[in-house]
Write a protein that binds this ligand. Structure first.
Ligand code: HEC
Length: 360
């Protein structure tokens, strides 16, 4: 965008040439009036057969984004808050359905000023239309395996229309991944603001969906136990947290991080390869007291574990998470590892979701 604007000052023609419409080579969604049958079909899909398995979008790994453009450049943005479910029937996308529910007030953009304007009645009018929803009515195979055409009703800005767009859908028992990139005409949904006379906003807006959904049950990990021998592992890291809340978000206490021999080489060598299956990290969080300037560790506050099993825990980066209050094996406290644990470890994706690194 910068380049575009700078160039504009210098040489208008060149600027126009270099500010291509980002929607130019994207598939255009086909938009038609929503009919009663669309609405009926939507509710019929919702009631689909008894073999449907419900997959919920993982907020940490899913994205709803857009690219808007005007004559002098483009802007990227998206929505931070959205929920969605895939109702998977027989593991086949063409028998399944998806619903998405977006909080329009969670809109973000690459410019703070723009966020404010986009939320007003000139555009999304989030006060009046706080939700945008999509409910699929048909998922059809397209030319290549994993390529589909998804049709459904999109309600945006108080307007409901049926749209069809291409998507890549990958499924396995532990996850559904959807990737789609297409252009919609914002004016179809009454988003008619023209922009400045000398810098008109294009009608086509590119929508990018990156959705990762996993069965809710997979977030529960009652099978994980406190590893009996974790004290004999390598002490990868130790930390004393004396204040809560602090910037790490961690509970106060002495944090002692152990790793088992299976994961040790990966810890030591670092790099971008994932930890091998069978790696176990334990973070033993203990009380502490201060005696004449000496910080003494005391009883267990929590014992938390991360166990690597890339197939079983595919939706949480291949790691199973569990924690026990007071280190008591009868008191597991994690029943949704995504929201309670994984989300906070996601920023460390490049280190396979692990915070600790090798200290020599
Ligand atoms: C507030 C963010 C946050 C949340 C929530 C969180 N963790 Fe962590 N976790 C961290 C940080 C920061 C570290 C590294 C510092 C430490 O504890 O030594 C860490 C370290 C760990 C480690 C040691 C391996 C590593 O990454 O260094 C384990 C095991 C662990 N966490 C398990 C869990 C489990 C299980 C949960 C859910 C109950 C959880 N964590 C929730 C931030 C978080």
């Amino acid at each position: 965008m910068k380049i575009c604007e700078t160039a504009l000052v210098g040489l208008a023609l060149l600027a126009l040439a270099s500010c291509d419409d980002p929607a130019k080579d994207k598939a255009k969604a086909i938009t038609t009036e929503a009919t009663a049958s669309t609405a009926q079909a939507a509710s019929a899909v919702g009631k689909a057969a008894g073999t449907a398995v419900r997959y919920d979008f993982d907020s940490a790994t899913s994205k709803v984004e857009w690219v808007g453009s005007k004559v002098t450049g483009k802007h990227d943005g998206g929505f931070k808050q959205f929920k969605g479910t895939v109702s998977m029937v027989d593991g086949a996308p063409e028998k399944s359905s998806v619903t998405v529910d977006i909080d329009t007030d969670s809109l973000f953009a690459d410019q703070d000023k723009l966020v404010g304007h986009l939320k007003t009645a000139d555009f999304f009018d989030v006060a009046k239309f706080p939700k945008a929803t999509f409910t699929s009515t048909e998922v059809k195979k397209n030319d290549k395996p994993q390529d589909y055409i998804v049709t459904g009703s999109l309600s945006l800005h108080g307007v409901t229309k049926s749209i069809s767009f291409p998507a890549t859908i990958r499924t396995n028992p532990s996850a559904v991944d959807v990737a789609a990139e297409f252009a919609i005409n914002r004016k179809d949904f009454g988003l008619a603001y023209a922009g400045k006379a000398d810098d008109l906003i294009r009608d086509d807006v590119v929508i990018k969906l990156t959705l990762h959904a996993s069965p809710k049950a997979e977030r529960k990990t009652p099978e994980l136990k406190i590893p009996a021998d974790y004290h004999s592992g390598y002490l990868a890291n130790s930390m004393l947290v004396t204040k809560e809340p602090n910037k790490t978000g961690l509970k106060t206490g002495v944090h002692l991080v152990y790793i088992n021999p299976i994961g040790f080489d990966r810890l030591k060598n670092g790099g971008s390869t994932p930890y091998p299956d069978g790696t176990v990290f334990v973070d033993d969080v203990r009380q502490f007291s201060v005696d004449d300037g000496a910080y003494q560790q005391g009883a267990h506050k929590f014992i938390t574990v991360m166990v690597k099993d890339s197939n079983k825990y595919g939706s949480t980066g291949g790691w199973g998470f569990q924690a026990w209050l007071g280190g008591d094996p009868t008191k597991p406290i994690v029943d949704d590892s995504v929201t309670q644990c994984f989300t906070c470890h996601v920023p460390n994706k490049s280190n396979d979701y692990v915070f600790s690194t090798y200290l020599d």
